[in-house]
Design a protein around this ligand. Structure first.
Ligand SMILES: Nc1nc2c(ncn2[C@@H]2O[C@H](COP(=O)(O)OP(=O)(O)OP(=O)(O)O)[C@@H](O)[C@H]2O)c(=O)[nH]1
Ligand SMILES: [Mg+2]
Length: 681
């Protein structure tokens, strides 16, 4: 594993997570979270660890750097047996370069010269040596302050800047100044001592100028140990170096021993992978890398900042995610509609009212005409019967004479009644049947026409069936009651009323058993229509309760018609007989009845027609009222559907649920990142 082999994968994952956060928050439009993430990205970009390699001249700093950076040549950090590196060189991943170029390059920064400012220049690796080596830039005549090298370096260079420094000695004083400016920014300092030149005065002088803080970050590394053949000699050197360090008051818990040259040489020969790892391990490089990573991660202030930033990001991310989840769930839990079904209903309803109005007009006109025809027909026949009635009465009178008849008034009364009944009864029955037929035709016509606009929920919709049957029964009962009462036919009215009561009871039971059906989308419309003409159909489709109600409703209509005719005609007929009789008895004008029946019948007819006409008007009014209700229901329902279309948010819902998935994924990613934080503790 290379340098920062544990931290780098964590950082890569963290960066991926942050990128995902940014996308998700932008999508869900959480601007607060977006700016939080943006800030974090900047922090993380600025979050870099620095490792600086220092030491006296020719201790092998550049060789170690090339080994750590796994370089195959020394173009970026020249190695030489002569005094070599002449300036501070930082190595960074080329992705971090400010300039647009994506190629490997180096940026040379200069010191101000003769109070003029020299801007930095960009050079290729090939020309780097002419700025960074003592050989080509003796005594730093080019006044290079520092160099930044951007290249294809190992992954860890994205998070760690490694710095090569010029060897320190009193001869090249300018080196010291450069280094001292840079050291405070280092998270770890590798102090290189060469095994063949144990700590000398120059090394000690360098150590002494370091600040206390810098001293705490030192890794003492003894290099070039391949030069020492005898292991005992190595121990001796180590002891010597350690004691020297302690002598000047520094602690040296561990003195790392490495040989950088064999590793670098292996690299120049193209060795890589496991073979390289073995060579690195044999030469102490691997241990140094691991320890450096551990030390830096644990001791750097930047780690503490990083940790607290990650924790803040995670907690705010989960807060933003949870907020979105709860808002989304609220949106998604709202009722949904099948828009294609609603669209069909909308189209039907848009037409329905016009057609309904037109058909109502036609049906009622037809009904009115048929009714009047039945009445006129009755009238014609009824008027023509007066002579026949009188003839029959006179026959009786001829036989017994008036006074005889008076003495046998009971007989006379019977005679008159028989005459009236015989002549009028067929007419009465006929009228009754005709009117019943007219009403049934109207019912059927309405039902057939209007069923087009009825949305039936199902064949077992008991509540709706019962409801409609009940409405019809109520109507028939009300009308019947009114007409019958006028004519004194209390019993007919009572029977219609009890029919109505039966329907009401049945409705209550049905409603209790199926209350949801009653509160259907347009129950009023269904109630009235379905029951009106479909009583028989209902019997076959609904269960016992529904069937009972439907039966009751049919009976109520028939009862209504019968009541009118029976009450209006039959009772009138009885009264007619009584009036004729009374006239005979009171007038005492002769023994024959002539011309009086016609007058009495005409009076009775007037009264009967008044009642029938009232009944007809009530029926028309009742139907119109029901149609108006339906029209109103249709309009309301249409408005409701339009409203649903207007507020349709199915696209939004789709988007919300897709984003919800992303947010949930982000939350689980966050949990994974969180689990890795202990690595930073
Ligand atoms: N045997 C051996 N030689 C080494 C090792 N490391 C470096 N050298 C040699 O030491 C000499 C100096 O190496 P550099 O890496 O240039 O040393 P430096 O500290 O960067 O030198 P300056 O930049 O001039 O301070 C070179 O001849 C290297 O080959 C090592 O581990 N073993
Ligand atoms: Mg060097």
């Amino acid at each position: 594993m290379s340098l920062f082999g544990k931290y780098i994968p964590f950082k890569v994952e963290l960066e991926k997570y942050i990128g995902h956060c940014q996308t998700v928050f932008e999508q869900i439009g959480d601007t607060r979270a977006v700016s939080l993430v943006d800030g974090f990205i900047k922090d993380l970009e600025g979050q870099r660890y620095n490792i600086t390699i220092i030491g006296s001249l020719k201790r092998g700093k550049s060789t170690l750097l090339n080994a750590l950076m796994e370089r195959r040549d020394d173009s970026i950090s020249p190695i030489s047996s002569n005094v070599c590196t002449s300036t501070i060189i930082k190595y960074l991943d080329k992705a971090l370069a400010v300039s647009d170029t994506k190629k490997e390059h180096a940026v040379i920064y200069f010191d101000a010269h003769d109070s003029s400012i020299s801007p930095p220049i960009t050079v290729s690796f090939q020309h780097l040596k002419s700025y960074v080596t003592e050989e080509q830039n003796p005594e730093n005549r080019k006044r290079v302050r520092s160099v930044e090298v951007f290249g294809d370096f190992p992954d860890w260079s994205k998070a760690v800047t490694i710095v090569d420094s010029p060897g320190q000695n009193s001869v090249f004083g300018h080196h010291d100044v450069l280094l001292m400016d840079f050291l405070p920014y280092s998270d770890a300092i590798i102090f290189l001592v060469a095994a063949d030149i144990p700590l000398d005065g120059g090394d000690i002088a360098l150590l002494k100028v370091l600040s206390e803080d810098e001293k705490r970050k030192i890794f003492f590394v003894l290099t070039k140990i391949d030069n020492i053949e005898n292991p005992e000699d190595l121990d001796e050197v180590k002891c010597f170096v350690t004691s020297k360090i302690q002598e000047i008051g520094l602690t040296c818990e561990k003195l790392y021993t490495v040989s950088a040259k064999p590793v670098y040489e292996a690299l120049t020969q193209g060795i890589s992978g496991n073979q390289l790892e073995v060579i690195k391990a044999e030469n102490g490089i691997l241990e140094l890398e691991e320890e450096l990573e551990k030390f830096i991660i644990l001791n750097s202030d930047q780690t503490k900042i990083l940790r607290s930033r990650i924790e803040m990001l995670l907690s705010q991310t989960s807060e933003a995610c949870n907020k979105y989840i709860s808002v989304s769930n609220e949106i998604l839990s709202k009722k949904t509609y099948d828009l294609s079904i609603l669209e069909a209903e909308k189209m039907e309803l848009m037409n329905a009212n016009d057609v309904l109005r037109e058909n109502t007009k036609k049906a009622l006109k037809k009904f009115s005409r048929a009714w009047d025809r039945a009445i006129n027909n009755f009238h014609r026949k009824f008027s023509s019967k007066s002579n026949a009635i009188e003839d029959k009465i006179n026959e009786g009178l001829d036989q017994g004479g008036l006074w005889g008849a008076v003495f046998q008034s009971f007989k006379l009364q019977k005679q008159v009644q028989n005459a009236v009944s015989l002549e009028l009864q067929p007419l009465v029955i006929d009228l009754e049947e005709k009117l019943e037929e007219v009403i049934t035709t109207l019912n059927n016509e309405f039902n057939d026409e209007l069923s087009l606009y009825i949305k039936r929920k199902s064949g077992t919709d008991l509540g709706a069936t019962a409801g409609s049957a009940f409405a019809v029964a109520t109507m028939a009962s009300t009308v019947t009651w009114g007409i019958s009462a006028t004519n004194g036919a209390i019993s007919s009215a009572t029977s219609a009323f009890s029919t109505w009561q039966a329907a009401a009871d049945a409705l209550r039971i049905a409603e209790a058993g199926n209350s949801t059906a009653v509160v259907g989308a347009i129950p009023k419309l269904w109630r009235w229509l379905w029951g009106a003409g479909k009583a028989t159909e209902a019997i076959t489709t609904v269960t016992t309760t529904g069937a009972e109600v439907a039966n009751a409703a049919s009976s109520a209509i028939v009862a209504g018609v019968t009541a009118v005719v029976t009450a209006g005609v039959s009772i009138a007929v009885t009264l007619l007989a009584q009036k004729i009789l009374r006239h005979i008895l009171v007038s005492v004008q002769g023994t024959r009845v002539v011309g009086i029946t016609e007058k009495i019948m005409s009076d009775m007819e007037d009264s009967l027609f008044k009642s029938l006409s009232a009944y007809k008007e009530s029926l028309i009014k009742e139907y119109k009222q029901n149609i108006d209700d339906i029209l109103e229901d249709n309009t309301e329902r249409l408005a409701e559907i339009m409203d649903i279309f207007e507020n349709d948010d199915s696209d939004k819902r789709q988007l919300v649920s897709a984003r919800l998935e992303e947010v949930k994924k982000l939350l689980s990613e966050g949990i994974r990142v969180q689990k890795q934080i202990p690595m930073l503790q």
